[in-house]
Design a protein around this ligand. Sequence first.
Ligand code: SAM
Length: 241
Amino acid sequence: RPFRVDVVTIFPEYLAPLRQSLLGKAAERGLVAIGVHDLRNWTDDVHRTVDDAPYGGGPGMVMRPEPWARALEEVRPPGTRLVVPTPAGRPFTQATAAEWAGEPGLVFACGRYEGIDQRVAEWAAAAGPVSEVSIGDYVLAGGESAVLVMVEAVTRLLPGVVGNRESVEFDSHADGLLEGPSYTRPASWRDREVPPVLLSGDHAAIARWRRAESLRRTAERRPDLLAALPEETLTGADRAV
Ligand code: SAM
């Protein structure tokens, strides 16, 4: 059975990239099934209104709960995780992507304006898990681009979507570290040489070099990741780097 992705949004055309490239191919091959749904189909007034002024005052508008409830009742299969992107959410990480890739599918609720009436996420929790997540410490105009990011991160972990399993396993963040640099032909390019060990054919030496580069880069760019690694994952050789 394909991994099912349903997205509810007021800008369905924004999700067109889900039908392209790696994901488009995965859909053609029956690995992923994608549904994009216009929230306005579940409004009940001639103007198809999805927002209203916030209780308590303040700037901006808030998405009304009832269209969301009706949409989710129709679109969300029972027990399926509902993902609500919000800059006020828990961080979405590679570990989140790996966990979600093991589920039958996901439903995404794209907020706009100041977000969705909070009662929707509370109400939705009765029908299955609900995750309010952020893709980073910055504020986007809407959840659509965050959904594109998350769907791509999750679906490339599904069996058969990426041709080479190893390329997924060795990626940055798979083991809590950043991946080191990569090189291709020519070995000498504009007076710059590929590190000689990579041309040596000595697979053990190459593996040691890659591990060292990965640690060095993580220490330099993301010391927070290194600090978060469990003690036992670092070997004596690692500590020498
Ligand atoms: N008032 C909200 C707050 O400060 O938490 C910001 C709402 S933002 C302008 C509008 C929508 O963009 C959000 O409902 C969410 O769907 C999406 N969004 C913005 N930043 C995001 C982020 N870092 N991660 C995930 N979704 C985000």
